[in-house]
Design a binder for this molecule. Sequence first.
Ligand code: ZN
Ligand code: FE
Length: 255
Amino acid sequence: MLSVIPIPAFDDNYIWLLRQDSTKDVAVVDPGDAKPVIHYLERENLTLSTILITHHHHDHTGGLPELTKRYSPRVIGPHNPQIKEIQERVGDGDDFRVLGRRFEVMAVPGHTLDHIAFLGPGTPSLLFCGDTLFCGGCGRLFEGTPEQMQASLSRLAALSEDTLVFAAHEYTLANLRFAQAAEPDNKIRDRLMKECQRARDLDRPTLPSTIGRERQINPFLRVDNQTLRSAASAHGSTDSSESTFATLRAWKDNF
Ligand code: ZN
Ligand code: FE
């Protein structure tokens, strides 16, 4: 059986680690820091065979020099020469196998232009989406346009509802506080917020989320919702989903 384990890094990053019962080889996604990964591998007597990278930011790639030197893993990531350690550069529609499971690549520009996500189809499907989709929110627009981000999020939102969403940051509570301001009348979100508050009090991750849940509570996937449209109008948007999305994103930046 394949399990996915969160390795906390820095203040709020998760390095997701994939391991199979039957093998000592594991994979990690976005190792921003080598230390917590090495610590886990040594404790569990495992070896790193694959690294997946979603985008070039340092909190997702900072562990590459040390981990590649130490374990010589296969490194799969986007077509961005800035990330020197990548050996297999992949883009939209490509697929590959890791630990006996097939993964598909989706281009999801917006947070950065090189951003890709990894989808492992199955029951349930596994989605590693880096800083594109978070529980209750989405990544900031550092390089892309609101239109690009919205198109990327729409593709993720169209995945099957039981898809597990392994986002790269523990931003859930802050995201849900913004969601509450933007869409006050969402009872499913209120319930989730209580659950997540309890999880954080116990120092547990609020992730993974699911695509079905995000469709119900994430304002950035709900730009056709009337309450959200009105709230965005009060912050200057015109009555289109594009304008609602751009306005919500700008509002959240200063929230
Ligand atoms: Zn980032
Ligand atoms: Fe990040």
